[in-house]
Design a protein. Structure first.
Length: 450
């Protein structure tokens, strides 16, 4: 017979608050299912870990949606394991009791399936976390060795980074694992999402920063080539993930997923091949313009700020780490300087080609308009100032300061109630003043009277 209401209430309480009872008793669960936690935490083989991730992820994708409520099934009319909607429970029970048929509840089966799904997701999270930990430990040991010896051993091969890259990208059965993980982030637990983002970012930038960057350059270059070959599926999804709802609720439009995708997108843009592909004429309209049209105007502060940071990287070719190094006066090696010039050249070429679409139609009319929010206007002014003052953008600067409409826009911003926006607008206004060929401007009545 079906369980009593008191018994069912107790079962539901155990499912909902079991974790709290364990915490009160002082038991701290380890990462991963109880049966596999020790094996995963002690594994140091990237091939085993990545294969396990692929199996767990495949099982999670193919798992049926969890059933809810108390379901009853008739052994004579319903196939084993099938669930009856909870709205039909009472009617089904009445019919079965009259006919003398045996009635069983599917709660045990549903609970068992849910438990298995949770174990698989726990193992998936544990394996991803273990991969991330091994990568960071290897890098930390390498950096310490180079700092102590004062020299770089170019014959040394980073076994963990190389193994993770090869097993994520070259094995036929898991070759598309990374794109699938990125495209299905909403299905993963929060910690698993962070680990996927961390692994993706690490493989892209491990050969670009640090005293031992040359030792990891081959991994970083090879992984960037892998991403570029699948740019439509990877980069396209990272851009579309910014179209999120202005809430922090979970789901496809979850804010934390948007922030993780923004981080992965900026790591991808540090490679010239991906950067140039994204700014090409065939891709900029669907991959670049949405940031200025929509994403930077998201009511959620975190999302809009992250989108503005991505726009800064796209229009200057300079990432946050490079900008911080330049501000601190740190001069990179010759290869770093050449890469910086290459990235700035790609950005300058894009702005020259798409000046009207970017500056006139989007920066002036949308990002600097009175309808734009405070943060969007302020960060856009700072970005505009850095673009115009960059020597690589000389042609863009001359086009901008030769326009009387641009001057009117800046003059209006000089009258903004916020002193911060006024100061940022003044930095752009000084460029107009320094122009030897001043533009002839008839001021609007509302500007003169004010």
């Amino acid at each position: 017979p079906p369980p009593s209401s008191q018994h069912r209430r107790k079962m539901l309480e155990n499912q909902a608050f079991g974790w709290l009872k364990n915490a009160i008793k002082g038991s701290t669960p380890s990462i991963g299912s109880p049966s596999n936690a020790a094996a995963i935490s002690g594994c140091c083989d990237p091939a085993v870990l990545v294969t396990g991730v692929a199996l767990d992820f495949s099982a999670a994708l193919n798992a049926p949606p969890a059933a809810t409520g108390v379901h009853t099934v008739s052994s004579s009319n319903v196939a084993p394991g099938a669930a009856v909607p909870s709205s039909n429970v009472a009617a089904t029970s009445a019919q079965n009791s009259g006919a003398g048929l045996s009635v069983v509840t599917a709660e045990a089966m549903v609970g068992s399936a849910a438990s298995n799904d949770q174990d698989q997701l726990a193992d998936l999270t544990a394996r991803l976390d273990r991969i991330k930990t091994l990568l960071y430990e290897e890098r930390s040991a390498s950096s310490n060795a180079v700092s102590q010896s004062g020299s770089i051993n170019l014959n040394w091969i980073p076994a963990i980074a190389t193994g993770v890259f090869k097993n994520f990208t070259t094995e036929s059965d898991v070759e598309e694992l990374m794109p699938k993980l990125i495209q299905n982030l909403p299905l993963l637990p929060f910690e698993a999402r962070k680990s996927v983002s961390a692994i993706f970012n690490y493989l892209l930038v491990c050969g670009l920063d640090g005293v031992d960057a040359q030792q990891f350059a081959s991994v970083s270059t090879a992984f960037s080539k892998y991403v570029c070959e699948r740019a439509d599926g990877i980069i396209g999804h990272l851009v579309r993930a910014h179209d999120c709802k202005p809430t922090s609720e979970g789901g496809p439009g979850c804010v934390d997923i948007t922030l993780l995708c923004g981080s992965m997108l900026r790591s991808s843009l540090r490679h010239a091949s991906i950067y140039q592909w994204m700014l090409s004429d065939g891709n900029c309209e669907r991959l670049v313009y949405p940031f200025l049209d929509s994403y930077v105007h998201n009511p959620n502060f975190d999302v809009s700020s992250d989108a503005l940071e991505t726009v800064r990287v796209m229009f200057t070719g300079v990432t946050g780490s490079n900008a911080a190094a330049a501000a601190a006066g740190v001069v990179g090696d010759q290869a770093s300087e050449e890469n910086k010039q290459l990235m700035e050249g790609i950005a300058s070429d894009f702005l020259n080609r798409k000046y009207a679409d970017v500056i006139d139609e989007r920066v002036n009319k949308r990002c600097l308009s009175s309808e734009a929010n405070y943060m969007t206007r302020r960060m856009t002014l700072q970005l505009l100032s850095s673009i115009l003052l960059n020597r690589a953008n000389y042609n863009v600067m001359m086009l901008y300061i030769s326009s009387s409409q641009n001057l009117v826009t800046i003059l209006f911003l000089l009258r903004d109630p916020s002193p911060h926006i006024t100061l940022d607008a003044f930095q752009v206004f000084k460029i107009f003043v320094a122009n030897p060929n001043k533009v002839i401007l008839i001021l609007p009545d509302q500007l003169v009277c004010a």
